[in-house]
Write a protein that binds this ligand. Sequence first.
Ligand SMILES: [Zn+2]
Ligand SMILES: [Zn+2]
Length: 338
Amino acid sequence: MRAAVFEDVGVLSIKKVERPQIERPDHVLIEVELCSICGTDVHIMNDPPGYIATKGTILGHELVGKIIEVGEEVTTVKLGDRVVVNPNDYCGACSYCKNNLPNFCENIEAMGIDVDGGFAEIVRTSEKVVFKISEDVPAGVAAFAEPLACLLNGTEKIRIQPSDSVVVIGAGTIGLMFVQMAKAAGASPIIVSEPSELRRQYALEVGADFAVDPRETDLSSFVTEHTEIGADYSIEVVGSEMMQAINCTRKGGTVLLFGVNGNAVPSVVQSKITQSEIRVQGTWLANASFPKAVKVLESGVLDLEKLITHTLPLEDTLDGIDLLRKGEGVEILIDPRK
Ligand SMILES: [Zn+2]
Ligand SMILES: [Zn+2]
């Protein structure tokens, strides 16, 4: 089968590889319908990488597809079922797993990072990380399940209420979904910071009240101007703008850190957090939030089709990653059947 393989720093090649085989009784094989490019893929392909992947691995971890083969002990899905996948397969036996925190599993196998992923015609995973999703959900929308599950793990930690003011720093797919979720929760105003003009337009279209270019506008002054005391919640989706998020937040407010950039070493003014009693909350991967993500996608409460800017054949995976890096696309999907 054909696949996009991460060969070395900055090198991705589209080539023929062996079709995966069922090797364990809980394995399933999925024929990939669509797999979206994530910011993590951009970080992996950067030189130096901002996120470390294993060389020789097929990338891609946000996918929807059909079950085409199952191991002998699989009971909850069958051939032909359409599924989305939690790419972070957990062991179920370590201390974190036993405490219902599989996102911190000490033996996590990350699809598309450590083990072969979805920029391929077929991908293998285990039964416990696949979730059925209705055929009525367009494939491009179903491909949002993984980022949405991670986002819901974050929104559970902050509980935005009607009239809360929210700042979202970074308006890629995740940032734009946070805007839609905040809007659905009744937040006002919602202020987005994003250097890409295309993404600022999207932010306004999906519910932001303001979208500013942080290179031209001093974000924290802008936020103060529109909220009087600063935002109730600031959500950082970039991985390097923690201080910016803290500076936008009112005393007693909350910063949610979603972004990850391994190359960033932001300097922190600790007194600002102490004296303003700001709560800084990290959020990592998805934790039992896949069933909720599937429900949200099936409900249609978010207008995600609007965020799809490109659907590309497998051959163009690297071009798609470049488009995302340059901020010239939002949700970029790879169709490995093309
Ligand atoms: Zn991702
Ligand atoms: Zn574990």
